[in-house]
Design a protein around this ligand. Structure first.
Ligand SMILES: [Zn+2]
Length: 194
């Protein structure tokens, strides 16, 4: 891997954009390369594209455009700002080389975990939203007051879980939370949705 590939494999575009103070919500953000109040830029597979002004690229080109740096200097900035275990010169010390490699490996595991969590979060939101929709439809049926109350309470509970899922930022918190959801209501929701 060259330095560009190494930097890209160890960064996450969403984190990079957020790190430099731009709010990213649902993979959308306000494009800093033209003047706008409503987000036109979106992130997909670690690439961004602005649908208003057409600018696009990866984490390195983002930093390069945003700070007016060359691609190499953008890489150096990312290495420094994110404390990436990448040395610009391959070290001749084998222990040092091993340490760098080990750190890169750990970071890769961490990134894979985060991607899995994001995927699971989206899946959970999708299933719960479907469940909520079905409860909502059911609430229009001519049901007894008791059943209506149960449905309303369940809808409220699901809505608050959905809210938490949208807003949990910390990965460990999200990890535990997804486990709780699977344990607690997973089975029930799956029965419902089938
Ligand atoms: Zn733009």
């Amino acid at each position: 891997m060259n330095i560009f590939e190494e930097v890209k494999s160890q960064t996450n575009l969403k984190d990079v954009i957020s790190f430099y103070g731009i709010e990213v919500k649902h993979n959308m953000f306000c494009c800093p390369f033209h003047n706008e109040k409503h987000p036109s830029a979106s992130i997909k597979h670690d690439y961004f594209k602005c649908f208003a002004c057409g600018v696009s690229g990866d984490a390195i080109s983002f930093v390069s455009k945003y700070f007016g740096l060359s691609s190499l200097d953008a890489c150096k900035k990312l290495i420094e700002d994110f404390n990436l275990p990448i040395s610009l010169k391959a070290s001749s010390n084998p222990i040092e080389r091993m340490r760098v490699k080990e750190e890169a490996r750990k970071r890769q595991i961490e990134l894979t975990k985060r991607k899995r969590l994001e995927r699971e979060r989206k899946q959970a939101i999708y299933i719960l939203a479907d469940y909520h929709r079905q409860l909502h439809q059911l609430s229009f049926n001519n049901l007894e007051a008791d059943s209506q109350a149960i449905i309303q309470a369940e809808m409220k509970r699901v809505a608050s879980i959905l809210d938490d899922l949208e807003n949990l930022k910390d990965d460990n918190e999200l990890d535990n939370y997804l486990d709780v959801i699977k344990e607690e209501i997973g089975k029930k929701v799956i029965e419902w949705c089938n």
